[in-house]
Structures are given as structure tokens and as C-alpha cells.
Ligand binder design. Structure first.
Ligand code: SF4
Length: 351
């Protein structure tokens, strides 16, 4: 059960409350490199990304923001570290939200200026606390970036926002590992009703990073914690978006076009099931509708194991079965199986 949260608007996307968990990603280009930045944004948007964040590192990046904003339809988030003037510039340049880590912005008055500017433009601020940049006195008290140290740092950062009567806030706080991060978010969700941006930082290369993110983000979402997610991968950002939807779909929280399920195969399988599943997956990408399609390795157990799939095939030796909503409706030669599956999908599904 998701916990009730405040609602925050980022451009035309609402997060928190009962709104769907929004999928976001971050560009990996130099933000001032307009051509490549826009190309990357369009690619992640085609993959289903709903919020995009760009690093704002210098004045050239700030200058690029209005052009990016004008060229895209997705809300744009500016990610600013260290220099409060860049944050002010990003806000003036039309960012729909900014992300700062108050711990590295410095003096309180600088954070206050950012807050006032965001208030004037009525845009939210994400407070991104990171275990790598905790205040010295907090670190001295706890000796290392413990869960308590991170939560105390988040509280301290939030107190500046609260004293400025600014509640247009999203929080994120990353621990040193997956388990710490889970505990940090659990503590924050008990104490605050601001929407939470959930992610596992520095997760790693595509496979390990997706697994770590699925564990960390998945556990939290299953507890009802998290209002927007980013899967951070050392990989093309479209893979972050694909992984994010896979997590959301596994938990039944979002649908996002066709979903392929396939069996792991065993000694009963007489076909190259992986090859068949890859071909089916490729053809499914042309379909926009939400549907579950199963590719199973044998006709003995296959159909029974995927009764809840909309469509499926169960492969046998030289012959296979096509089924729709649990019922076998065709038996065809193995080489015709994929075409037969898509004929059935086209007959039954209005795309
Ligand atoms: S569907 Fe058949 S081949 Fe696949 S795992 Fe189950 S029993 Fe084995």
C-alpha cells in the first residue's frame, strides 16, 4: 500500500499522492552540446522516460537550458552542485525543477537564495543527500556515513526549506550500499510526507546495476515508498528507462506496452527457445498496447504455466501451439510458430 504523500508538479508531470510512479533518467552528454543532448533526450523519451535531468556544470550549460526547454516536451530538471549561481541561472532559464545537494552548495544564505528563486517561479527543488558529502560535524559524530548520519543530514537540509516556508520539495538520500539506502528511505518516509525520488546510486554496469536497482528500488516500492525512480547505470540512458519499467511492471505498478515472459527451459525443451524469445520480443516492440505474451519451451507444461498471459506459444518437437488467454487455438509447424502467434495477436488485439 503506497503511503499518502504531498503532490509536487514538475512541468506537466505530477508526482506523489496517488499519481503513478514517474520514470526519470539523466543525460550523459555535455549539456551545452545541444545536438547530442537533444538526440539523447528524444531517445529516452521514445523509451518511455517522463522526466529528464541534465547536469548543469558551467555557464554554457545554463545558456543551453532555454534552448533545450523549447525543443522538448518532457519536463526538464537541472542538476546543480557546488555553485548556487548556476542553480539561480537554471531556475531563471526555465528548468521545471532543480536538484541540489545543500551540503555542497555551502552557506545557508546561498541555499535560501535558491529557495526564494524557486518560490518565485513556483518550481520544486529536489534535495539530494548523498553519503559522500555529509557535513564534517555529522561525520565526526557518527564516524562514518551511517543511516542515522544521512537522515540527520537530510533533516538539517530540510530545516532550511521549512524555515523559508517552502514545501515544494522532493527528497532523495543515498546510503553507501543498497541495504543502507533502503533503511534511509524507510526512515525518511516515516518522518516526512514529501515525495521521494528513489534510486540506487553508482549501481554499476548494465546487468549488475539493473539487478542492484531492482533489489533496492523494488523493496522500497513494495513498501509503498517512492514517487519517482531513476535506475542509474553506466550504460546508455535508454537502458535505465527500460530497467525502470521492468521494475515497475514486476511489481504491478505500471504497464508499459507489451511484456514478454518466457520460461527458463529445461530438459523438456527441444527448440532454441532463447532465439525464438528474442525474435518475438523484437517484433513486439512495434506494438504499443499493454499485453502479456508468453514463450514457453514445451507443450506439456507451457500452456498451464502461463494461464494469465494474453497470448503465447508453447514449443514442441517440430510442432507448437499458439494460445490466447489460456486456450490453445492453433497447432502449427515449429517454423511457422512465430508468424502464427502474431497473426493471432493481430486478430485479437486492436493496436
Ligand atoms: S515450460 Fe516446459 S520447457 Fe519450459 S521450463 Fe517449464 S517444463 Fe521446462
Amino acid at each position: 500500500m503506497r503511503q499518502r504523500k504531498r503532490v509536487v508538479r514538475i512541468g506537466d508531470v505530477l508526482i506523489g499522492g496517488e499519481h503513478p510512479i514517474a520514470v526519470q533518467s539523466m543525460t550523459k552528454t555535455k549539456t551545452f552540446d545541444l545536438e547530442n543532448t537533444l538526440r539523447q533526450i528524444r531517445r529516452v523519451q521514445r523509451a518511455g522516460c517522463e522526466l529528464i535531468r541534465c547536469a548543469v556544470v558551467n555557464r554554457d550549460d545554463v545558456a543551453a537550458l532555454p534552448k533545450i526547454r523549447a525543443a522538448i516536451t518532457m519536463p526538464l530538471i537541472a542538476d546543480v552542485h557546488f555553485d548556487y549561481r548556476l542553480a539561480l541561472g537554471a531556475i531563471k532559464s526555465g528548468a521545471d525543477k532543480i536538484r541540489i545537494n545543500p551540503g555542497n552548495i555551502g552557506e545557508r544564505w546561498k541555499v535560501t537564495e535558491i529557495i526564494q528563486s524557486a518560490k518565485d517561479r513556483n518550481i520544486p527543488i529536489r534535495i539530494g543527500i548523498n553519503s559522500g558529502s555529509l557535513p564534517d560535524d555529522v561525520l565526526a559524530k557518527y564516524a562514518r556515513p551511517t543511516v542515522k548520519a544521512i537522515v540527520q543530514t537530510a533533516k538539517r537540509a530540510l530545516s532550511v526549506f521549512e524555515s523559508n516556508d517552502f514545501t515544494n520539495v522532493v527528497i532523495s538520500a543515498k546510503g553507501v550500499d543498497v541495504r543502507d539506502t533502503i533503511e534511509v528511505y524507510r526512515a525518511l518516509s516515516e518522518q516526512y510526507d514529501f515525495p521521494l525520488h528513489v534510486g540506487i546510486t553508482e549501481a554499476g554496469l548494465a546487468f549488475e546495476g539493473a539487478v542492484k536497482s531492482a533489489v533496492g528500488i523494488g523493496v522500497l516500492l513494495n513498501l509503498g515508498i517512492g514517487d519517482t525512480i531513476r535506475v542509474s547505470l553506466t550504460a546508455d540512458p535508454t537502458r535505465e528507462v527500460v530497467a525502470a519499467y521492468a521494475i515497475l511492471r514486476a511489481l504491478g505498478l505500471r504497464k508499459h506496452g507489451p511484456l514478454l515472459i518466457s520460461c527458463p527451459t529445461c530438459g523438456r525443451c527441444d527448440v532454441d527457445l532463447e532465439g525464438i524469445a528474442v525474435k518475438v520480443d523484437r517484433r513486439l516492440k512495434k506494438y504499443g498496447s499493454d499485453m502479456k505474451v508468453a514463450v514457453m519451451g514445451c507443450v506439456v507444461n507451457g500452456p498451464g504455466e502461463v494461464r494469465d498471459a494474453d497470448f503465447g506459444i508453447a514449443c514442441g518437437k517440430n510442432v507448437g501451439a499458439v494460445f490466447a488467454r489460456g486456450k490453445e487455438i492453433r497447432r502449427v509447424k515449429e517454423r511457422d510458430l512465430i508468424d502464427a502467434l502474431f497473426e493471432v495477436i493481430d486478430e485479437n488485439f486492436d493496436n
